[in-house]
Write a protein that binds this ligand. Structure first.
Ligand SMILES: NC(=O)c1ccc[n+]([C@@H]2O[C@H](COP(=O)([O-])OP(=O)(O)OC[C@H]3O[C@@H](n4cnc5c(N)ncnc54)[C@H](OP(=O)(O)O)[C@@H]3O)[C@@H](O)[C@H]2O)c1
Length: 351
């Protein structure tokens, strides 16, 4: 693995894609070189293409999630050996890491062993959405990005810490929402009220939701359905999709003094926030960011066990053909909307 690898480069905002040869990096101290066997696609990937968000220079390589095998270990790495199956997120921190490529050098602290009950394809769908759900729920409140500060389920006292409290999770069938539901169950919330298209009801009930409301209902109707399910005030609400409409609707549903988690730029009306008396946290799912890295490290230390113990499950996966060359069409599909589905490419199958 000295030499060149294939990578998918994008020429500019709304630009063209091309598979090109670039250097394979060498793992530095504390890093592992991962041969990427599976890469999960995220909405952020097409947003980087369409809007240039988070792109410092062009041509650019997108891709945030990866799973594969360790090809080399850098100095001082004892946690992993060559041939181990591992999973990891990318990062916007320096040194920046993206995954629409065949090899990547990653800091070993932010790499986890692939749980034995997950395929590499399944593992590759998890890093970003898992970080978003976990940091959003369990990291400390912090500006500009942070969480709502629940006790992490991997810490003593975290499991069941919220027993008896209701939670509202908007957009439960998103990949982020599916993990939020599972974490909410581990935290002890009940009832766990979520929204989705009706065909996803059985899936979300199997993950721990107690009530699934039709996401196409207006928020005024959702609020009245929630009141019919529990007469306790909703002090915690997570908006997994965070459109401007859903952020405002979710904010309204929470009782004064409650906490709202969003995962895109805040679009809650400023006058509402000024008088609402509710805390709003905006999560940024990068486990390597300076503020988030303590919670991120802890998540990575417990990630493998959470899946192997059956506490968390991955979602539905479809592998698209063509390796990295299959990414552009797959991103169009993602942009047009998938339902409770993660798309995966296999970089080693790139023609
Ligand atoms: N802050 C961060 O670091 C971060 C990280 C990752 C993602 N995000 C954001 O989180 C959101 C979800 O990402 P994802 O990857 O989990 O998405 P995803 O899995 O690709 O989302 C697909 C799902 O979205 C649901 N959906 C679409 N529009 C909806 C609406 N208006 N209301 C409720 N549900 C809706 C669909 O539900 P049905 O099929 O049931 O209708 C579908 O199952 C995106 O906005 C993304 O940009 C933020």
């Amino acid at each position: 693995m000295d030499g060149k690898q294939k990578a998918l480069l994008c020429s500019g905002v709304k630009g063209t894609y091309a598979v090109e040869l670039i250097d394979i990096p060498q793992p530095g101290p504390g890093e592992v070189l991962v041969e990427l066997r599976a890469v999960g696609l995220n909405p952020m990937d097409w947003m980087m293409h369409d809007f240039g968000m988070f792109v410092p220079s062009w041509p650019a390589i997108f891709g945030y999630d990866g799973a594969g095998v360790v090809a080399k270990v850098g100095e001082g790495v004892t946690k992993f050996g060559v041939g181990d199956k591992v999973m990891h997120a990318g990062t916007f921190e320096a040194p920046r890491v993206s995954t629409f490529r065949q090899y990547v050098a990653m800091k070993a602290d932010f790499v986890a062993a692939v749980p034995h009950n997950l395929s590499l394809d399944e593992a590759a769908t998890l890093p970003l959405v898992l970080a978003t759900a976990a940091l959003g729920m369990y990291d400390a409140p912090r500006a500009p990005h942070g969480g709502i500060g629940l006790t992490p389920v991997w810490e003593a006292g975290g499991r069941g810490a919220c027993a008896g409290a209701p939670i509202f999770i908007n957009a439960g069938s998103t990949a982020v929402g599916q993990l939020m539901i599972q974490f909410a169950k581990l935290s002890g919330f009940a009832p766990i009220i979520t929204t989705a298209s009706p065909h996803n009801t059985a899936l979300l009930l199997s993950l721990g939701a107690t009530h699934v409301l039709d996401r196409h209902s207006p928020f005024s109707a959702l609020a009245s359905s929630v009141r019919g399910i529990t007469d306790k005030p909703i002090m915690h609400a997570l908006d997994a999709i965070s459109t401007p409409e859903s952020q405002n609707g979710t904010y309204d549903l929470v009782a004064p003094g409650g906490r709202v988690l969003i995962d895109t730029r805040c679009a809650i009306a400023p006058e509402k926030r000024a008088t609402g008396g509710k805390e709003v946290a905006q999560v940024f799912g990068d486990v390597q960011r300076a503020g988030e890295s303590a919670c991120g490290r802890a998540l990575y230390a417990h990630l493998t066990g959470l899946f192997e113990g059956g506490d968390l499950k991955p979602g539905r996966v479809e592998v698209v053909p063509g390796g990295l060359a299959g990414v552009p069409d797959a991103l169009e599909r993602l942009k047009n909307g998938v339902s409770a589905l993660k798309l995966v490419v296999r970089p080693q199958e790139t023609p």
